[in-house]
Design a protein around this ligand. Structure first.
Ligand SMILES: Nc1ncnc2c1ncn2[C@@H]1O[C@H](COP(=O)(O)OP(=O)(O)OP(=O)(O)O)[C@@H](O)[C@H]1O
Ligand SMILES: [Mg+2]
Length: 590
């Protein structure tokens, strides 16, 4: 329980939770007054003469100046009704507060989880499966809300109700009350001990089944073309169906496990009341025991559902515990700093990258070693090398996506890290090997991550012109407002790359980084774009990674990477003269 609060405290406002808890406890006291007022009312009803002699009723009648027994009965009846009505009203109000505040708190878990993941470093995302994160944010957070937080609040309020009413019943008749409480409590306790292992097992199987569902859904849709071509639709559908069936079975089993005690507890309690009624009817007159028995009956009507809510709530919590693992990888407190606006860190002189050695987390093989590179401001640098030689990894370090203890990124003599990384990233325009497309319009994809009404359409057009995508976009009926489809499905690979280039240019960055940015283009379009980029030479710092040597021929410096090391660097002709691998690659490229 304390572990739960420690985990959850970063995600929900504990103070609000406590206030909600208090509010939903209040109706218990009204319920008690309602049940308590039944006894004098019933006593008066069954035996007006003896009832009027009860000390409580005597003081009551004196206080209100009531001399007539019939008036006393009416007054008392109205009070019983009024107290019950107020009790139900407070129950309604507390239910309303629980619904609104509880839901808000519950959904804030999902919100904080998303914020937390969005502020994680890039390498985190290279290790996890995003379908797992989606499961945590959308499904497991709901289980924490509906399966743990809300039942916990309800269980607490019902525990208070049960204690208060039981306390009163014990006061009225200790023997019968204690006997009933012990039998009911023991039955529930025993059942819980018997089923708790099964509930926990169900909980972890539900988590796993949910993950399998989301994973198969995600992979089936994202890789639809490959799936279809390979005729593997049934593989994904059947795995999804198996997970759904298993989930249905687990959820149903949880419902049955948490509800089934109710059916024989109810029978037991009503049987118990019948037994006591028959027993008392043989030992005392009806007018003596009926008021007490009636109040026991009313109390049972309140207690049985309350006990069931407690049992069902605890069972549900037990069956949802594994959902808390969703909070393990996230750190709710990390969020705010990462979302703050920062000033750009403009490049004045040069940027240096020093890599003693770098291996991806979880791997021992170093993909870069002993790399020291300087990128002077407004120079154009080309990086070439065989596939897997470490070019993209090196670019990721330059743009501040990857850092490690053995790497140093120094901008104008000052090391970049933490907040400065975000400042540095603000002056970078980067075109990756695979350009990500948002399911929005061309304008929104070029401006990227900006609300439609804040987009500078003039700059969008200029960037599109430089990236040679303007003619195509303007030929569409909706122009820049035309959609590109999910992951850019409605446009070609080359068009996606050009939107990526336009996106980098829209930012008017100090540093432009191209990672195989023109690989999908025909030679003519590629040459046109290279000319546009060449026109920026001397005005911007440009880093180009490519397998096409024509794109780097005029660079101020070319770096040749081989197995993660710098094999050669210099101008095109210089390297060509000294390095056989470079000659080989130049030959292949031409
Ligand atoms: N996230 C990762 N986790 C583990 N290893 C990785 C990861 N990304 C890349 N690698 C490995 O690092 C090495 C360098 O990869 P990198 O992508 O930098 O090569 P590259 O030169 O850009 O290749 P290409 O020309 O094919 O794009 C490769 O051996 C690759 O398998
Ligand atoms: Mg690469």
């Amino acid at each position: 329980m304390f572990g739960f609060f420690r985990k959850i405290s970063a995600y929900v406002p504990i103070k609000t939770v406590l206030i909600v808890q208090l509010v939903i406890i209040i109706p218990s006291f009204f319920e008690l007054v309602g049940i308590g007022s039944v006894i004098p009312f019933m006593s008066l009803l069954f035996d007006p003469v003896a009832g009027a002699k009860l000390s409580f009723l005597k003081s009551f009648a004196a206080f209100f100046g009531i001399a007539n027994q019939r008036t006393l009965l009416w007054t008392l009846g109205s009070i019983v009704f009024f107290v019950m009505a107020v009790g139900n009203l407070t129950s309604f109000l507390s239910m309303r507060i629980l619904a609104f505040t509880g839901q808000k708190i519950g959904y804030s878990i999902a919100n904080k989880l998303y914020r937390s993941y969005m502020s994680r470093e890039y390498l985190f995302f290279t290790k996890v499966n995003t379908a797992d994160l989606a499961t945590d944010i959308l499904i497991e957070s709901d289980r924490i809300n509906f399966g743990i937080l809300q039942p916990l609040l309800m269980v607490n309020s019902r525990i208070v109700l049960v204690l208060v009413i039981s306390g009163f019943l014990i006061y009225v008749n200790p023997t019968v009350s204690l006997l009933a409480a012990a039998s009911v409590g023991l039955t529930y306790g025993l059942i819980f001990i018997l089923i708790k292992k099964l509930l926990k097992k169900n909980s972890s199987e539900i988590s796993a089944a949910q993950r399998t569902r989301v994973l198969n859904l995600n992979e089936g849709f994202c890789g639809f073309k490959d799936v279809k071509l390979a005729g593997r639709e049934s593989y994904y559908v059947s795995r999804f169906t198996e997970a759904c069936d298993h989930l249905a079975h687990l959820q149903a089993s949880n419902i049955v496990l948490s509800q089934f005690p109710r059916y024989f507890i109810e029978v037991f309690v009503y049987g118990f009341i019948v037994f006591v009624a028959i027993y008392w009817s043989g030992t005392m007159p009806a007018k003596v025991f009926l008021p007490v028995l009636t109040s026991f009956g009313v109390a049972a009507m309140k207690l049985i559902p309350a006990c069931q809510i407690i049992f069902g709530g605890i069972a549900t919590m037990r069956a949802s515990t594994t959902a808390l693992r969703a909070l393990d990888h996230a750190s709710a407190s990390a969020s705010d700093e990462n979302f703050a606006e920062v000033e750009p860190l403009h490049l004045k002189s040069d940027v240096r990258l020093e890599v003693k050695g770098f291996a991806y987390p979880g791997f021992t093989h170093e993909v870069l070693h002993d790399v020291v590179l300087c990128f002077p401001r407004n120079s154009t640098i080309g990086i070439v090398g065989r596939s897997g030689s470490g070019k993209s990894t090196l670019l990721d370090m330059l743009i501040g996506m990857i850092s490690s203890q053995h790497t140093r990124l120094v901008v104008d003599g000052q090391e970049v890290g933490g907040r400065r990384t975000r400042q540095w990233q603000k002056v970078i325009g980067y075109v990756p090997q695979e350009v990500f497309m948002s399911d929005k319009s061309f304008a929104e994809n070029i401006a990227f991550g900006i609300r439609a009404e804040e987009i500078d359409l003039v700059r969008v057009r200029e960037a599109a012109q430089m990236a040679k995508i303007d003619t195509f976009i303007e030929s569409l009926p909706e122009g820049y407002l035309a959609p590109v489809g999910e992951r850019g499905q409605q446009i070609s690979g080359g068009q996606r790359q050009r939107v990526g280039i336009a996106r980098a240019l829209y930012r008017d960055p100090d540093l432009l980084v191209f990672d195989e940015a023109t690989s999908a283009l025909d030679p003519v379009t590629e040459q046109e774009i290279i000319s546009e980029i060449a026109a920026l030479a001397g005005k911007k710092t440009i880093v180009i990674v490519t397998h096409r040597f024509s794109a780097v021929r005029n660079c101020d410096k070319i770096v040749l990477l081989q197995h993660g090391r710098i094999a050669a660097q210099g101008r095109y002709e210089e390297i060509l003269a000294v390095n056989s691998l470079f000659r080989e690659m130049a030959c292949e490229a031409s």
